[in-house]
Design a binder for this molecule. Structure first.
Ligand code: ATP
Length: 376
């Protein structure tokens, strides 16, 4: 188990990289810090690793308080019982795969017998399915294999916590997808407590048990991947986690079916899911994922949440087609299966699935980014 409380880190020069964050990673859990470049993810990870000294806060690994500003405790990195994997594989080019993985054991203060060392290295290599390549010089490996060597080296001590900083970002797209699955299977199998850092939302959603979305040194929202994607609490999270339609609106009737209400929006009145406590007259924002909108031609039987528009752009993506549809002055993003295709300029109807129209309170940080659906 890993617990981080009230962590603050300001670098020389006054950059407030981490501004008081709290989180807990349960035994065997895969927890991800996700956020844009510069939001403080790596700094947090480095504080946990003992590579940066926080200004304030507490960090515990298992029952050990490895850092406490109040208690004036700071356990050195090598005693924290952690394994680390970085974006750059940081493997030694002049050594074989075996020797790269053996390196930490050979240079450890704890003496390890030759046969024990061999057993442990081969066990770590078999975990990442590289035992057959133990004698190969490390440079003669693919990028994915080199990253697996780095992983085996991090696992050699059977650490209590595995720290991973964008470990897949140097791999090409296909390999990254494959390694994602392998990594997930491996950490599940080993039931190892993992703290992962990435700016790639797809990676975070695919790998994690829970995700913390960070911005400007704070955690904005924490939850299971489904919650983060389907119930973003503000526009920052909605925008950052995938594409979205974002409209301004005003609640005109909060008394529809349970949890649902009628909201005036620039594309018409829509039945939406309301947050607790929303009232008639509230100014709100509506988040609708592109796959929450159906596109079709002709007149629907039911006109609820249906608006008309014109296709202005269609992008074929193999398994789906992404449309940009103009509705009045607004651009709606729609993701549809690739079976039908609606040509440019075609008049179409859009159905906004009420359960997928999520109302969030309006905040001063609300932003509508240009690559998202919204005002043209
Ligand atoms: P990225 O995804 O680009 O790695 P990040 O979310 O991991 O970003 P950090 O590397 O933690 O962000 O950086 C947080 C802030 O602290 C940034 O503004 C960065 O410029 C600053 N920073 C990081 N390291 C240092 C340092 N050694 N000295 C001064 N400022 C630093």
């Amino acid at each position: 188990m890993l617990r981080v409380s009230s962590l603050v880190k300001t670098y020389d020069g006054g950059v407030q990289a981490v501004r008081g964050i709290d989180f807990e990673v349960a035994e065997g859990e895969f927890y991800t810090l996700l956020g844009p470049s510069g939001c403080g993810k790596t700094t947090t990870l480095r504080c946990v690793a003992g590579l940066e000294k926080p200004d304030q806060g507490e960090i515990s690994i298992g029952n050990d308080k490895v850092f406490s500003s109040e208690g004036n405790t700071s356990m050195p990195s090598h005693k924290r019982d952690i394994g680390m994997v970085f974006q750059s594989y940081a493997i030694w080019p002049h050594m074989t795969v075996f020797n790269n993985v053996a390196f930490p054991l050979r240079h450890s203060k704890r003496k390890v017998s030759k046969s024990n060392l061999r057993d442990r290295v081969m066990k770590a290599l078999s975990l990442v399915q590289l035992d057959a390549l133990a004698d190969r010089p490390a440079p003669f490996l693919s990028g994915g294999q080199q990253q697996r060597v780095a992983l085996a080296r991090a696992l050699i001590y059977e650490p209590r916590v595995l720290l991973l900083d964008e470990p897949l970002s140097n791999l090409d797209a296909k390999l990254r997808d494959e390694m994602r699955v392998e990594l997930k299977q491996l950490v599940n199998r080993l039931h190892i407590t993992s703290l992962y850092v990435t700016h790639d939302q797809a990676e975070a959603l695919a790998l994690s048990d829970r995700v913390a979305v960070m911005n400007q040194g704070t955690i904005i929202q924490e939850g299971r991947p489904r919650e983060i994607y389907l119930q973003p609490r503000d526009t920052f999270t909605a925008n950052f986690i995938g594409k979205t339609n974002l409209f301004e609106g005003k609640v005109v009737d909060g008394a529809q079916a349970e949890g649902m209400g009628l909201v005036e929006t620039p594309v018409g009145r829509l039945i939406c899911r309301l947050p607790n406590g929303a009232q008639k007259g509230d100014n709100v924002q509506i988040v609708i994922r592109p796959e929450g909108v159906d596109i079709f031609q002709g007149n629907p039987d039911n006109k609820i949440n249906v608006v008309e528009g014109n296709v202005i752009f269609a992008t074929f993506q193999g398994d789906s087609v992404e449309y940009q549809v103009r509705v009045g002055d607004y651009l709606c993003l729609v993701k549809s299966d690739s079976l039908h295709e609606f040509a440019k300029e075609r008049k179409v109807s859009l159905h906004f699935t009420p359960e997928r129209c999520l109302v969030i309170p309006k905040t001063k940080n609300s932003v509508i980014e240009s690559n998202q659906g919204g005002l043209l």
